[in-house]
Design a protein around this ligand. Sequence first.
Ligand code: BTN
Length: 320
Amino acid sequence: MNEKIIEFLKKKEGYVSGDQIAHRLGISRQALWKHIQELKDLGYDIVAVPHLGYRLDAAPDRLFDFEIKSALNTRFVGRQIHYFENAASTMEIATRLALGGCPEGTLVIAESQTRGKGRMGRSWFSPRHKGIYASLILRPNTLPSQVSVLTLLAAVSIVEALNEFCGVPSKIKWPNDVVLEGRKLAGILTELNAEMDRVNFVVLGIGINVNNDKKSLISGAASLKSFLGHSLNLNRVGLLQAILRRIEDNYSSFQKGHLQGILEKWKQMSVTLGTRVKVYCQNEQVEGEAVDIDSDGGLLVRRDSGITEKITAGDVVACR
Ligand code: BTN
């Protein structure tokens, strides 16, 4: 009901009478008053004036499930949202939900994380209300070996959404770092639950530095707000909605087997291909030119000896 009240108030410019809202939403004036108190407690600035009614002056900077869902217009991505003010890691919650059989597209969002997880056992700094920390559950109809393409797909979707939402020209560093002027803006962590020849589910974890200022940013990282030089916070709801729409579009192509289009987009957005790199893999370092990615997202590096190696996981450092 809170969602409907907010939607109603957002559509109206001035005051709306309590009678009108209650009538339209089919609730009593008393029930409406209770909901308005709840919304005020959540941080909505709602002015109530006798004989005039209610007016929404400002919404809080929060990723509430009903804010995200409103005007999202996706078929399944983000239709079910679990919102937390704080979580250890959204990955753990999403995995539990997926094991419990939640529908594909279920999203877990936290305003802060105490044990945010990054790739290769690293942590992800997740200060409160600054970034987007979300995990999306997918149930792709594909082989486990193809799942790394989903990581590329998520990175492509974020770059597209950043471009559309705020005109920011981000790029991708293999495999899945979204970077701005060489600094990391967003990261993706993909966790897989599978059998030998069947994927049960995938959790795509997305972390983006949005409204971080210097104090709430680790060194070498970028945030959207500092890149754009804005004094006001960016609208995290709008950005997350744009990302979810892009993921749904790209994922629908993936499910139809159109991997090539996603790989092509990734190549266009890459800062890695065509450069000399050193890749730190589990037990070795591979140095050479990053020449291509293959159909499962592996990086092809041509060593000086002329031999090309495929790398499936690792950290890339650019060589100058
Ligand atoms: C990386 O190392 O680049 C991946 C970072 C992924 C961070 C996100 S934040 C939301 C989700 N929950 C986590 O604990 N990690 C991912």
